[in-house]
Design a binder for this molecule. Sequence first.
Ligand code: KPL
Length: 291
Amino acid sequence: MLNLTIVGRGAIGTLLAARCIEQNIAFQMWWRDAVTTPLSITMKDGKQHQFQQGKGQAPDILILPLKAWQIAPALDEFAEHIPTSCCIALLHNGIGTETLALNAFPDNPLVRLTTNRAAKKQQDTVLETGYGNSQAGWLRTPGDQVKQETEALFNRLLSPCEWHRDIRIPLWNKLAINCVINPLTAIHNIANGGLQSPHYQQLIAQLLDEFLLVAQAEKLTFEKSDLEHNVSQVIAMTAENYSSMHQDIHFKRPTEIDYINGYLLQVAASHGITLTAHQALYAQIRQLESV
Ligand code: KPL
């Protein structure tokens, strides 16, 4: 049986641990030794689970369900302790940690995931807030047997989970959603559903136009109507929820802006493209982070 290790005390990591219990998958959680309080989660169906720090067996699969900005320090921390056979899985919003992981672990299999499952955390208590599908793709593919076992495991853990030959497509699709909903809800201090107001429609259209310019420069093909549909569908389906960036600003935590609008701005700059609307949101979030 594969030894699955989930790193950190984040909302999505805790949700994965609960999914392991539901799916009868053996796992351990790793977090800093100094933290001794258990983590607890309440699922949408009302079931509750509690977790303690694991025993420290060497993992076969190491999942990093962390904030994007926590990935670089985590990679540094694990680089020396993880065997080359261990599969490293990155699961976070935004884009930009993939090359870091490929360089930090030059021989390990690497998988990149994104999920629409949702959970939120306050202190040591997590609440499952939404169901959704997940997308996955290999950044570095292992041999056939490990590949099949790993894919089967993620299919159970994050079901329904769709595997892509080019993970960039689902990652950019999610980026389009996050680079609209996350900064706008954080700046205007509203739940996702607040973006249904006519007041925001022109700006949302401009943000998507700018996104498309960069995607085209990267030779990634998206239809504007699909992006508009996806953004409004997520807004409607998560209307009552507060976005992760809203929560980060609210609780005075660092945001993932550098991996969302910041990533888009960086790719745009590499093509000589200026994005006024994304630049303005980026500056406003940076300002909010500093107060
Ligand atoms: O991924 C999200 C987030 O909050 O980070 C969305 C899809 C915007 C849901 O709130």
